[in-house]
Design a protein around this ligand. Structure first.
Ligand code: PGA
Length: 249
Protein backbone atom coordinates (compact mmCIF):
# COMPACT_ATOMS: atom_id res chain seq x y z
CA UNK A 1 0.00 0.00 0.00
CA UNK A 2 2.82 2.41 0.85
CA UNK A 3 5.59 2.87 -1.72
CA UNK A 4 9.01 1.60 -0.68
CA UNK A 5 11.51 4.40 -1.25
CA UNK A 6 15.27 3.99 -1.34
CA UNK A 7 16.82 7.46 -1.37
CA UNK A 8 20.52 8.24 -1.62
CA UNK A 9 21.65 11.37 0.21
CA UNK A 10 25.00 12.21 -1.35
CA UNK A 11 25.65 15.12 1.06
CA UNK A 12 28.74 17.18 0.10
CA UNK A 13 29.86 14.65 -2.51
CA UNK A 14 29.28 14.45 -6.22
CA UNK A 15 31.02 16.79 -8.65
CA UNK A 16 29.67 16.47 -12.18
CA UNK A 17 32.31 13.87 -13.17
CA UNK A 18 31.57 11.91 -9.98
CA UNK A 19 27.84 12.19 -10.65
CA UNK A 20 28.35 10.76 -14.09
CA UNK A 21 30.26 7.74 -12.76
CA UNK A 22 27.82 7.06 -9.93
CA UNK A 23 24.61 7.33 -11.95
CA UNK A 24 26.12 5.32 -14.76
CA UNK A 25 26.96 2.66 -12.17
CA UNK A 26 23.35 2.63 -10.99
CA UNK A 27 21.97 2.44 -14.51
CA UNK A 28 24.42 -0.28 -15.53
CA UNK A 29 23.93 -2.15 -12.26
CA UNK A 30 20.83 -4.08 -11.41
CA UNK A 31 19.07 -1.11 -9.79
CA UNK A 32 15.67 -1.36 -11.50
CA UNK A 33 13.69 -3.15 -8.80
CA UNK A 34 9.98 -2.64 -9.44
CA UNK A 35 9.28 -2.97 -5.74
CA UNK A 36 11.27 0.17 -4.96
CA UNK A 37 11.13 3.86 -5.83
CA UNK A 38 14.76 4.89 -6.29
CA UNK A 39 15.77 8.49 -5.58
CA UNK A 40 19.22 10.09 -5.76
CA UNK A 41 19.96 13.43 -4.08
CA UNK A 42 23.15 15.00 -5.49
CA UNK A 43 24.34 18.48 -4.45
CA UNK A 44 22.75 21.46 -6.25
CA UNK A 45 25.37 22.04 -9.00
CA UNK A 46 25.06 18.43 -10.18
CA UNK A 47 21.26 18.26 -10.27
CA UNK A 48 20.81 19.45 -13.82
CA UNK A 49 23.40 17.03 -15.14
CA UNK A 50 21.93 14.21 -13.06
CA UNK A 51 18.50 15.05 -14.46
CA UNK A 52 19.76 14.59 -18.00
CA UNK A 53 21.16 11.21 -17.03
CA UNK A 54 18.06 9.89 -15.24
CA UNK A 55 15.38 11.20 -17.60
CA UNK A 56 13.48 8.24 -18.98
CA UNK A 57 14.94 5.84 -16.40
CA UNK A 58 13.53 4.43 -13.13
CA UNK A 59 15.62 6.85 -11.05
CA UNK A 60 13.99 9.98 -9.59
CA UNK A 61 15.82 13.08 -8.48
CA UNK A 62 15.86 14.71 -5.05
CA UNK A 63 17.57 17.72 -3.50
CA UNK A 64 19.15 17.84 -0.04
CA UNK A 65 17.55 21.09 1.14
CA UNK A 66 15.79 24.21 -0.15
CA UNK A 67 14.81 27.68 0.96
CA UNK A 68 11.44 28.43 2.52
CA UNK A 69 11.35 31.56 0.34
CA UNK A 70 10.24 31.80 -3.29
CA UNK A 71 12.67 34.53 -4.31
CA UNK A 72 14.40 37.65 -3.07
CA UNK A 73 17.47 38.82 -1.19
CA UNK A 74 18.52 35.48 0.33
CA UNK A 75 22.12 34.98 -0.74
CA UNK A 76 23.07 31.37 -1.23
CA UNK A 77 19.54 30.02 -1.19
CA UNK A 78 17.73 27.84 -3.73
CA UNK A 79 13.94 27.84 -4.16
CA UNK A 80 11.48 25.02 -4.77
CA UNK A 81 10.73 26.38 -8.22
CA UNK A 82 14.43 26.34 -9.13
CA UNK A 83 14.59 22.70 -8.09
CA UNK A 84 11.50 21.84 -10.13
CA UNK A 85 13.04 23.38 -13.23
CA UNK A 86 15.98 20.97 -13.01
CA UNK A 87 13.72 17.94 -12.67
CA UNK A 88 13.74 17.53 -8.89
CA UNK A 89 10.72 15.73 -7.38
CA UNK A 90 11.81 15.11 -3.78
CA UNK A 91 13.55 17.31 -1.23
CA UNK A 92 15.16 16.24 2.05
CA UNK A 93 14.21 18.66 4.83
CA UNK A 94 15.38 18.95 8.43
CA UNK A 95 18.28 16.54 8.11
CA UNK A 96 20.12 16.39 11.43
CA UNK A 97 23.21 17.86 9.76
CA UNK A 98 21.14 20.90 8.77
CA UNK A 99 19.76 21.13 12.29
CA UNK A 100 23.23 20.75 13.83
CA UNK A 101 25.45 22.82 11.52
CA UNK A 102 22.93 25.34 10.24
CA UNK A 103 20.77 25.76 13.33
CA UNK A 104 17.60 24.68 11.55
CA UNK A 105 14.59 24.64 13.86
CA UNK A 106 11.31 22.76 13.65
CA UNK A 107 9.66 26.05 12.67
CA UNK A 108 12.03 26.47 9.74
CA UNK A 109 11.57 22.86 8.65
CA UNK A 110 7.81 23.46 8.80
CA UNK A 111 8.08 26.58 6.61
CA UNK A 112 10.22 24.66 4.12
CA UNK A 113 7.80 21.73 4.07
CA UNK A 114 4.91 24.09 3.32
CA UNK A 115 6.87 25.79 0.53
CA UNK A 116 7.92 22.44 -0.96
CA UNK A 117 4.39 21.05 -0.96
CA UNK A 118 2.88 24.27 -2.32
CA UNK A 119 5.32 24.05 -5.24
CA UNK A 120 4.65 20.35 -5.89
CA UNK A 121 7.79 18.82 -4.41
CA UNK A 122 7.59 15.81 -2.09
CA UNK A 123 9.36 16.60 1.19
CA UNK A 124 11.33 13.88 2.97
CA UNK A 125 11.15 15.25 6.51
CA UNK A 126 13.83 13.95 8.87
CA UNK A 127 13.55 13.47 12.62
CA UNK A 128 15.90 11.77 15.06
CA UNK A 129 17.31 11.84 18.55
CA UNK A 130 20.92 12.21 19.72
CA UNK A 131 22.64 9.56 21.81
CA UNK A 132 22.27 11.69 24.94
CA UNK A 133 18.56 12.01 24.31
CA UNK A 134 18.18 8.27 23.74
CA UNK A 135 20.13 7.45 26.88
CA UNK A 136 17.91 9.83 28.82
CA UNK A 137 14.91 7.91 27.42
CA UNK A 138 13.72 11.03 25.63
CA UNK A 139 13.55 9.53 22.12
CA UNK A 140 9.76 9.68 21.80
CA UNK A 141 9.54 13.15 23.27
CA UNK A 142 12.20 14.43 20.84
CA UNK A 143 11.04 12.79 17.63
CA UNK A 144 7.39 13.42 18.50
CA UNK A 145 8.12 17.10 19.01
CA UNK A 146 10.07 17.29 15.75
CA UNK A 147 7.23 15.57 13.91
CA UNK A 148 4.54 17.85 15.33
CA UNK A 149 6.68 20.92 14.63
CA UNK A 150 7.54 19.98 11.07
CA UNK A 151 3.97 19.08 10.12
CA UNK A 152 2.13 21.87 11.94
CA UNK A 153 -0.61 23.45 9.86
CA UNK A 154 -0.25 21.19 6.82
CA UNK A 155 -3.51 20.43 5.06
CA UNK A 156 -4.50 16.77 5.10
CA UNK A 157 -3.90 16.31 1.38
CA UNK A 158 -0.41 17.77 1.82
CA UNK A 159 0.31 15.59 4.81
CA UNK A 160 -0.66 12.49 2.84
CA UNK A 161 1.84 13.39 0.10
CA UNK A 162 4.74 13.75 2.52
CA UNK A 163 7.50 11.28 3.36
CA UNK A 164 9.13 10.97 6.80
CA UNK A 165 12.57 9.67 7.70
CA UNK A 166 13.61 8.48 11.13
CA UNK A 167 17.35 9.00 11.42
CA UNK A 168 18.81 8.49 14.89
CA UNK A 169 21.66 11.01 14.99
CA UNK A 170 23.97 8.53 16.73
CA UNK A 171 23.60 6.12 13.81
CA UNK A 172 24.39 8.57 10.99
CA UNK A 173 27.78 7.97 9.45
CA UNK A 174 28.95 6.11 12.54
CA UNK A 175 28.57 2.53 11.37
CA UNK A 176 26.19 2.01 14.31
CA UNK A 177 22.74 1.00 13.15
CA UNK A 178 19.62 0.90 15.25
CA UNK A 179 18.56 -2.72 15.59
CA UNK A 180 15.51 -3.51 13.47
CA UNK A 181 13.48 -3.75 16.69
CA UNK A 182 14.67 -0.35 17.95
CA UNK A 183 13.94 1.27 14.60
CA UNK A 184 10.56 -0.44 14.28
CA UNK A 185 9.53 0.80 17.74
CA UNK A 186 10.22 4.42 16.79
CA UNK A 187 8.59 4.02 13.37
CA UNK A 188 5.48 2.62 15.06
CA UNK A 189 5.50 5.51 17.51
CA UNK A 190 5.71 8.01 14.62
CA UNK A 191 2.92 6.29 12.72
CA UNK A 192 0.68 6.35 15.78
CA UNK A 193 1.48 10.02 16.25
CA UNK A 194 0.47 10.69 12.64
CA UNK A 195 -2.72 8.72 13.20
CA UNK A 196 -3.71 11.01 16.06
CA UNK A 197 -4.01 13.85 13.52
CA UNK A 198 -5.07 11.93 10.45
CA UNK A 199 -5.55 8.14 10.48
CA UNK A 200 -5.51 8.05 6.66
CA UNK A 201 -2.12 9.79 6.56
CA UNK A 202 -0.72 7.21 8.95
CA UNK A 203 -1.70 4.51 6.45
CA UNK A 204 -0.15 6.13 3.39
CA UNK A 205 2.86 8.18 4.54
CA UNK A 206 6.09 6.21 4.02
CA UNK A 207 8.51 6.35 6.96
CA UNK A 208 12.10 5.70 5.86
CA UNK A 209 14.90 4.62 8.18
CA UNK A 210 18.30 6.27 7.91
CA UNK A 211 21.58 5.72 9.73
CA UNK A 212 24.35 3.43 8.45
CA UNK A 213 22.08 1.42 6.16
CA UNK A 214 24.17 -1.02 4.13
CA UNK A 215 23.48 -3.96 1.83
CA UNK A 216 24.11 -6.29 4.77
CA UNK A 217 21.52 -4.81 7.14
CA UNK A 218 18.96 -3.42 4.69
CA UNK A 219 16.81 -6.52 4.33
CA UNK A 220 16.26 -6.97 8.05
CA UNK A 221 15.43 -3.29 8.54
CA UNK A 222 13.12 -3.19 5.53
CA UNK A 223 11.30 -6.31 6.74
CA UNK A 224 9.87 -4.39 9.71
CA UNK A 225 6.19 -3.57 9.24
CA UNK A 226 6.56 0.18 9.72
CA UNK A 227 9.85 0.70 7.86
CA UNK A 228 8.96 1.74 4.32
CA UNK A 229 12.36 2.39 2.84
CA UNK A 230 15.77 3.84 3.56
CA UNK A 231 17.54 7.17 3.45
CA UNK A 232 21.11 6.18 2.69
CA UNK A 233 24.21 8.35 3.10
CA UNK A 234 27.63 6.72 2.84
CA UNK A 235 26.49 3.56 1.07
CA UNK A 236 24.72 5.60 -1.63
CA UNK A 237 28.11 6.80 -2.88
CA UNK A 238 29.09 3.35 -4.14
CA UNK A 239 26.84 2.13 -6.94
CA UNK A 240 27.33 -1.50 -5.94
CA UNK A 241 26.29 -0.87 -2.33
CA UNK A 242 23.31 1.27 -3.27
CA UNK A 243 22.16 -1.38 -5.74
CA UNK A 244 22.54 -3.97 -2.98
CA UNK A 245 20.20 -1.93 -0.77
CA UNK A 246 17.68 -1.42 -3.60
CA UNK A 247 17.65 -5.15 -4.21
CA UNK A 248 17.10 -5.86 -0.52
CA UNK A 249 13.56 -4.52 -1.01
P1 PGA B 1 24.64 7.29 6.60
O1 PGA B 1 23.81 8.66 6.46
O2 PGA B 1 23.91 6.26 5.78
O3 PGA B 1 26.00 7.61 6.08
O4 PGA B 1 24.63 6.94 8.06
C1 PGA B 1 22.41 8.67 6.44
C2 PGA B 1 21.89 10.07 6.31
O5 PGA B 1 22.50 10.99 6.87
O6 PGA B 1 20.88 10.32 5.63
Amino acid sequence: MRPVIIAGNWKLNGTIPETEVLIKGLLDGDSNNEAATVVVCPPYPSLSYAHQMVTGTHIALGAQDMSQHDKGAYTGEVSAEMLLTVGVRYVILGHSERRQHHAETDQLVNAKAKAALAAGLIPIICVGETLTEREAERTEEVVGGQLDGALAGLMTDQLRLSVLAYEPVWAIGTGKTATPEMAQAVHRFLRNRLAQNDPAAAEVVPILYGGSVKPGNAHELLSQPDIDGALVGGASLKAEDFVGIINAV
